[in-house]
Design a protein around this ligand. Structure first.
Ligand code: UD1
Length: 321
């Protein structure tokens, strides 16, 4: 079976490509390299340098392909509030191009990178898939909009899809095969790593007065290798059952900013200076997933998402980067 991985040169995409190859799938990576990296490309997967905003490029990439995994999107929640046009065009219009090309080419199975950002401020914890979806940023809205499009394309065009609502992706390939580091990261663990290697001077902790045990924000960090494994399982589920699915992907454990910072200090042996700053607008106090549906439907069990492995694999990648 041949899979087109759109965004396969990116941080999560490169881990997904590795997992697909290990599971025996033929892989074609389609990426415009706007944030994906050439060093993430593999000799055992072919590569098309193309853009989802060009419908003909997507259509021709689908030749001989059995299924699509789509991870190509902008993902900075804060930026999406300042430049919604960029997110509307790339995330929403780009996905419409992919769906229409799939429809033209008769490709009927898709795995889509969605996000916990579709939920917005949590009304209860842990968050299951039935939690109301009221995104608080435009990025989360783009993901929700696409999920709704997918439901229509399922009904009208028989395109079956798995929407994977990632919580906080973190960590790096434990085997050290994936070397490309994200450029200009805004997420917690890569920022901490950049401080640890001296690329940034200090970590700003966005608020220490939340209603959490140590006052800092609590998130559900999920190792990227566990995410990648879920993509392979979701692809199999969608193809074999010819059914669509929406699932959370999280570890079901909350870690605070201070938990992550302290683990990074201890694993790296570096000081990692940090200062407390104001809360970041739109940041909820706590986000923790229920991943029961993924466990039951996909038989998925996270294996690398403990704090030590998240930080250790990141530290190895940044030391070698
Ligand atoms: C956000 C999005 C998520 C998206 C992800 C990818 C929401 C609610 N979440 O996650 O959907 O997929 O980005 O980019 O929109 N922190 C600091 N200092 C920093 C950076 C972060 O203290 O320099 C804190 C944050 O306040 C938060 C935690 O670390 O408590 C995690 O932040 P971050 O890694 O940016 O992820 P989210 O905002 O949770």
């Amino acid at each position: 079976m041949k899979v087109l991985v759109i965004g396969g040169a990116g941080y999560i995409g490169s881990h997904v490509v590795k997992a697909l190859r290990s599971a025996g799938y033929a892989v074609v990576v389609f990426d415009n390299l706007s944030s994906g990296l050439r060093e993430n490309l593999r000799a055992d997967a072919s590569f098309i340098h193309g853009d989802i905003l060009i419908p003909g490029a997507v259509l021709s990439a689908l030749y001989g392909v059995d299924a699509v995994i789509h991870l190509a999107a902008f993902k900075a929640a804060g930026e999406s509030m300042l430049q919604p046009e960029k997110y509307a065009v790339n995330n929403i219009a780009g996905t419409i191009n992919i769906l229409n090309a799939m429809s033209d080419a008769g490709v009927k199975h898709l795995v889509f990178s969605s996000s916990a950002a579709v939920y917005g401020e949590p009304e209860y914890l842990p968050i299951d898939e039935d939690h109301p979806t009221r995104p608080e940023n435009f990025y989360g809205y783009t993901k929700l909009e696409i999920e709704q499009l997918l439901a229509w394309y399922d009904t009208l065009k028989e395109i079956r899809s798995s929407s994977l609502r990632y919580f906080n992706a973190a960590g790096y390939d434990p085997e050290g095969d994936i070397r490309g580091l994200e450029q200009n990261p805004a997420n917690l663990l890569p920022v901490i790593m950049e401080v640890a290697i001296g690329k940034r001077s200090t970590l700003s902790v966005f608020g220490d007065d939340y209603e959490t045990p140590d006052g800092t924000g609590v998130r559900d960090y999920i190792h990227v290798t566990d995410l990648a494994d879920a993509h392979v399982r979701a692809l199999k589920y969608t193809v074999e059952n010819d059914l669509s699915l929406t699932v959370n992907l999280g570890s079901e454990h909350g870690l605070s900013v201070m938990d992550v910072l302290q683990a990074a200090r201890s694993i790296s042996g570096r000081e990692i200076p940090a200062t407390i700053s104001d809360r970041r607008p739109g940041d909820p106090a706590r986000l923790v997933a229920s991943a029961k549906r993924a466990r039951v439907a996909l038989g998925w069990v996270p294996r690398y998402s403990d704090l030590n492995t998240l930080v250790q694999t990141s530290w190895e990648a940044y030391q070698n980067g």
